[in-house]
Ligand binder design. Structure first.
Ligand code: P61
Length: 462
């Protein structure tokens, strides 16, 4: 008998020690919940959600090592032991000498934007992120998207769709002058583009341009280990390097970083900024006492900083990143079998449904992605998030709606939380909604808050 090639599967590098029961609900019940929430998945009660793929932010399962660390919290107002341990790990793994803790990522964005940006400045970046851009705008700056065109095309399979288009960057510098650009803002992987990474090659080119013009380069390193993973598996010359080495090399090109620790670090709360620039550090260290708390806790408890420090040690482990990205890929491959339109390549933290292609009969003003996220919830209790016209908000100068090219629903995977069967259930639900897509008629917005409207906007069905 001829020998068959036997498939060798991978599995998660952990086992489950404690479980959290989740509520099973009926379609009728979920219809009522969705209506009450104004068809906004951010306004649903979590207990009415079955499988929560809203975000991977603060929703991760901590390890026993992290939980044990919570008991080691040094809750002194000043000089907590946990702060120094976290600082040591930030130096060791991100290679930045100075650090300021904050309660979460946007607090670090606030402080950096206030320090670096003057009214009238321009901040080029590889696609906007909601909170990042808002803080840049509130500081008087204008964000300019300089990501490569491929990032705006869901079907394009470029392996590094998070790359900056260096021609676009040079053009902006020529147009407004280097003095009006306080820093280039680079995120990796790019959340709104579908979790798409930048390459080390691109980073080196951007760094060269920044240096030539005397412009600073800052990194949104919120999911940096996923970017490092993609460099390892997709970029020539990095196959044999560890996540730890690649992360260090990436950070080496930046003047500073900001991080929402609620992602890579696998904690429920936390953030920080870190830099090699002493002057920026001193300003940030001073500003944090106004908005967050003393510079040795920045709005966090000592125990939170301990869990972050331990999370850093876990996040760089290859099997932790590869199993996470592997789970995302598994979901994408299953959805593909049903012909569901997706963003390619599959991202690091989430699968993105292409709502424009999913619901071609709905114009963008009828909020296709918002409608789709609501329908998926109603079908099965699976919660995703709109990433389209609602998230893009209005232009602060004209007050007009922005019409992003990408109109997406994000299904995001909390780290170490859901099993393959949960994914199968989510996939089957989305396949069902896809089959019944013609029944979806769109939504009308009836309440719109001023800032980050997607969090609290309300809709009614048409
Ligand atoms: C998320 F719908 N992300 O992806 P904070 N940078 C980056 C992030 O992904 C990020 C922050 C900075 C969230 C939470 C969230 O429009 C939204 O700790 C790349 O959340 O303050 C957060 O970090 C901010 C969801 C944020 C959203 C904004 O789910």
């Amino acid at each position: 008998m001829a020998k068959r090639k036997i498939k060798r599967s991978w599995a998660e590098p952990f086992k489950i020690k404690m479980v959290e029961p989740i509520k099973m609900t009926t379609r009728e019940y979920r219809e009522k919940c969705a209506k009450e929430a104004g068809y906004n998945t951010f306004l649903l009660k979590s207990e009415d959600v079955y499988i929560d793929l809203l975000t991977d932010s603060g929703t991760n399962a901590m390890s026993d090592y992290q939980w044990a660390g919570l008991m080691m919290g040094d809750e002194a107002y000043a000089g907590s032991r946990n702060f120094y341990y976290l600082w040591d790990n930030i130096k060791k793994y991100y290679g930045m000498p100075y650090f300021v803790p904050t309660h979460q990522g946007r607090a670090a964005e606030h402080i950096i934007s206030r320090i670096m940006i003057k009214p009238g400045d321009y901040i080029p970046g590889n696609m906007y992120f909601t909170t990042t851009r808002l803080h840049q705008e509130l500081a008087g700056g204008t964000f300019v998207d300089v990501i490569i065109d491929e990032a705006h095309k869901p079907q394009n399979k470029h392996p590094f769709k998070g790359n900056i288009d260096t021609d676009k960057l040079e053009d902006l510098i020529k147009k407004v002058g280097a003095k009006k650009i306080p820093y280039i803002s680079m995120a990796g992987p790019v959340n709104m583009a579908g979790g798409q990474p930048f390459s080390m090659q691109n980073l080196k080119e951007v760094h060269k341009i920044a240096k030539k013009h005397g412009i600073k380069l800052w990194f949104d390193a919120t999911r940096a280990t996923e970017n490092a993973y993609f460099i390892k598996v997709r970029e020539k010359g990095y196959e044999k390097k560890s996540i730890e080495q690649i992360l260090k090399e990436m950070c080496g090109y930046f003047d500073g970083i900001w991080v929402s620790a609620k992602k890579d670090l696998m904690v429920n709360i936390g953030g920080f900024l870190a830099t090699r620039n002493k002057k920026v550090y001193e300003e940030a260290r001073n500003m944090v006492v106004v908005y967050e708390g003393l510079h040795t806790y920045g709005g966090l408890a000592g125990r939170d900083m301990e869990a972050m420090a331990r999370g850093i040690e876990e996040m760089v482990k290859y099997e932790n990143v590869s199993s996470r990205v592997g789970q995302v890929e598994y979901c994408g491959k299953q959805l593909e079998k049903y012909g569901v339109p997706l963003v390619y390549p599959f991202g690091g933290h989430a699968i993105f449904l292409d709502a424009k292609k999913f619901l071609p009969h709905l114009k963008q003003d009828l909020f296709p992605a918002q409608s789709l996220a609501a329908e998926i919830y109603i079908d099965s209790g699976v919660r995703g998030m709109e990433r389209g016209i609602v998230s893009a908000g209005r232009d602060p100068k004209t007050g007009e709606n922005r019409y992003p090219k990408l109109e997406l629903v994000r299904l995001t995977f909390p780290r170490r939380v859901y099993t393959q069967s949960h994914i199968d259930v989510a996939v089957e639900s989305i396949a069902q909604v896809y089959q019944d897509r013609k029944k979806i008629k769109g939504l009308k917005m009836v309440y719109e808050p001023k800032y980050l409207r997607f969090f609290q906007a309300k809709f009614v069905k048409l």
